[in-house]
Ligand binder design. Structure first.
Ligand SMILES: [Mn+2]
Length: 342
């Protein structure tokens, strides 16, 4: 009898826009990611959860400086030191490059560096089943990978699957593109019904799948916490956060998925500005006017429409944009390349 709480976070992409020795001084987004990472782990440090699952993509790419690895692992180690076990799924950015062995040496940190089943006994026995990101052909390999985790030989009241994959029906991008049926997408009907839920990274949009793409209910919900900060303008309208998942066990032998709660993390506003250029130079006053009306910590992308001549070119260099925007903003330009040479 009782309950277990799992804190699920993923796609922390630490190291994104983080400079150890910056050549130019400008606001960077890197610290926002570290800040949200610490914030997401606070309930674990306060011991309000029994387990932490990181669904992969701890770091923003696979080759990173050792210092960054230390900075990224330290908060996870603090959680584990506090007595809350941490389970990590290696994501697409974490293959050979990242020294998981250092982390895995911690008695409270467990890495799914190959298909594996761990189990934990608190109020009841919960099996944590998982495998590292499989880049190609997961659809065909899924059953075999699940078999090789050995979960079927582990007796437990409940099973959760930890992975870093796309699943039929998951949605991404500003146009709500739905993944379904592809070689690199897990068939949602192949999740064994004995599982309480699937905890997975990879999709940067937070979402919970409870139906297949045809609209039929599925037995095992798929939970994506999404990324902890926006990694691109494709995510500009998405809320960011982590999920706390409850697994209950009543009088029956089987544990069940209870409530899950999305906890939102702070994000900076992302703003797109459109500038239409017709040869008449009004860029600087236009930009100052627009920037003056935006929140001071905005991340701004300016799209220039029209063919850019030398006169405008000089005004839209990174340095000149920075000189016009408050230091608290990030600002970048996107040229409408399609029309640039016309
Ligand atoms: Mn990712």
């Amino acid at each position: 009898m009782g309950m277990m709480r799992i804190l699920l976070l993923a796609d922390t992409h630490l190291g994104f826009d983080y400079a150890f020795r910056p050549r130019i001084v400008r606001r960077r987004r890197g610290p926002d990611f570290f800040h949200n990472f610490s914030k997401a782990l606070e309930p674990a440090l306060r011991k309000e959860v029994d387990i932490v699952v990181h669904g992969g993509d701890i770091l923003y790419r696979s080759r990173v400086p050792a210092r960054l690895v230390d900075m990224a692992f330290e908060p996870l180690r603090a959680v584990a030191d506090g007595g809350v076990p941490v389970y990590i799924v290696p994501g697409n950015h974490e293959r050979s490059g990242i020294p998981f062995r250092i982390l895995a040496a911690h008695p409270n940190i467990h890495v799914f560096d190959e298909p594996k089943t761990y189990w934990l006994e608190r109020n009841f026995r919960l099996a944590l089943v998982g495998f590292p990101f499989i880049r190609h052909g997961i659809r065909k390999k899924f059953r075999q990978v699940m078999n090789s985790t050995g979960y079927a030989t582990v007796q437990a009241a409940g099973y959760v699957l930890c992975m870093h994959q796309s699943v039929d029906g998951c949605i991404m991008g500003p146009r709500d593109f739905m993944m379904r049926g592809g070689d690199d997408v897990v068939n949602i009907h192949e999740i064994p019904p004995s599982f309480c839920c699937v905890l997975t990274g990879h999709m940067h949009r937070s979402q919970v799948l409870q139906k297949d793409p045809a609209g039929n209910a599925v037995q095992v919900p798929i939970l994506y916490p999404g990324s902890i900060e926006r990694t691109s303008f494709a995510e500009m309208d998405e809320r960011k956060g982590y999920i706390i998942v409850q697994i209950h066990k009543g009088v029956s032998e089987k544990a069940e998925l209870g409530r899950w709660i999305f906890h939102e993390l702070p994000t900076r506003p992302m703003i797109r500005l459109e500038y239409h250029y017709n040869g008449q130079d009004s860029f600087t006053p236009w930009l100052l006017h627009r920037l003056g009306r935006l929140p001071k910590d905005s991340i701004v992308k300016i799209r220039v429409h029209g063919s850019v001549d030398r006169k405008l070119q000089k005004k839209i260099t990174a340095a000149s944009l920075r000189s016009l925007a408050p230091d608290t903003m990030n600002i970048q330009i996107a040229l409408d390349l399609h029309r640039r040479n016309s």
